[in-house]
Each structure stands twice: as C-alpha cells, then as structure tokens.
Write a protein that binds this ligand. Structure first.
Ligand code: PRP
Length: 195
C-alpha cells in the first residue's frame, strides 16, 4: 500500500504496520465467522474512525455479512470524555433478533463503547459482541466485555487506518504516533487517537 503523505513531518513512529494490520484483521474475521457459526452478523460501525477497519473486517468474514453505522458525539472537552454521548446518526435498521457486533477503531476511556452497548442491548439483539481494533494498555470499557481486540496501544496520540488528527491522516495505511512539528490549532475530533 502507498503512504499518501510522504514525507509527513507530523508522523512519528509506526506502531502497527500495514502487514500487521492485514494479518490481525484477517484473524479477527476468521474468529468472528467461527463464533457466529453460520449466522449472519450485523456489524455496527461507529463513525468515522471505524470505516477503514470495518471495510477490511467485513471482507475477512467468510459468508454473508451486513453492516450499519452510528455516529455519536460526546459532550465535554476534547481530551476528557464526559461519558455523556449524543447519538448524531442512529442505525438505519433495527437490531432486534440480530447477532450484532459493535465495531470501534479504539477504546480510549471506553465510555463511548459502554454507552453504545447499553443502548443497543436494550433493543433486543439475539447477541451483542464488541470489537475494537485498538485498546489502550490497561484500559477497558466500564462494564463491557471486549470480545475481539486487534492490538493494545501505549498512551500516545495515534493516527492512521481511520484515526485522525483534526480529520487528517485517516488514510494512512498504518497506525503511527502523531507528533506535530508545531501546534496546528486545528481542533477537530481527536479523542480517538489521544493518549
Ligand atoms: C473516537 C473513537 C471512538 C471514541 C473512543 O471517536 O472513534 O468512537 O473516540 O473514545 P472513548 O473510548 O474515550 O469513548 P472520535 O470522537 O475521535 O470521532 P471519530 O471516530 O469521528 O474520529
């Protein structure tokens, strides 16, 4: 895969390479297919960070797969999630009776995942599993079992493979540390990649 930003001075150490991503996503897809044992999963992606991951994950699952998306916005400042989540875009279809897999790019505080698990479990899915490409070392989502995890990450601000810094760098084909040469002041929704 081609790095779309060569040379990008804002990009530091690569923590997860393109090959490592491909291998692990394939493993997760194989595991999900085995666990679902012929039932059709409904993958629910949380916009926007999960889009690259879910696109690859669904192709790694042998057999029928359906997808839907939610978009959420957390109140409070950008660096410390308040745990109060506002649904900006709800599912197009329902989850009642479905085998749902909630797909995130990263568990940081875990509050977004915890809120969405509570929200979706109240709608009567046949089963509800959670999947996150990345999880902070030592973190979890409060009260939530993480069923499928790609990689654990140290507390660094990371970008790539869906994760952004001020909406940029989602299209990097790897996960790398974001180390801006000078403060950008761009703002944007960066909680997914923050330490
Ligand atoms: C990120 C990430 C998760 C959430 C994780 O989203 O995609 O949805 O934050 O944080 P938490 O575990 O502390 O709740 P972000 O708000 O950055 O939006 P984005 O996905 O559109 O980049």
């Amino acid at each position: 895969m081609i790095d779309p930003y060569p040379p990008a001075s804002d990009i530091g150490e690569i923590l997860v390479t393109t090959d490592e991503l491909r291998t692990r996503v394939d493993e997760l897809g194989t595991q999900i297919a085995a666990d679902l044992d012929g039932r059709t999963p409904l993958l629910v992606g949380v916009l926007k960070g999960s889009v690259i991951f879910i696109a690859d994950l669904m192709r790694a699952i042998a057999g029928p797969v359906e997808i839907d998306f939610m978009a959420v916005s957390s109140y409070g400042d950008a660096t410390e999630s308040s745990g109060v989540v506002r649904i900006v875009k709800d599912l197009d279809g329902g989850v009642a009776g479905r085998d749902v897999i909630l797909v995130e790019d990263i568990i940081d505080s875990g509050l977004t995942m915890a809120y969405l698990v509570d929200y979706l479990s109240g709608q009567g899915p046949a089963s509800l599993r959670t999947c996150s490409l990345l999880v902070r070392e030592g973190r979890t989502a409060p009260g939530v079992q993480l069923d499928y995890v790609g990689f654990e990450l140290p507390p660094a601000f990371v970008v790539g493979y869906g994760l952004d810094a001020g909406q940029r760098y989602r299209n990097l084909p790897y996960i790398a540390i974001y180390s801006p040469s000078e403060p950008s002041g761009e703002g944007g929704s960066d909680s997914g990649g923050s330490a």
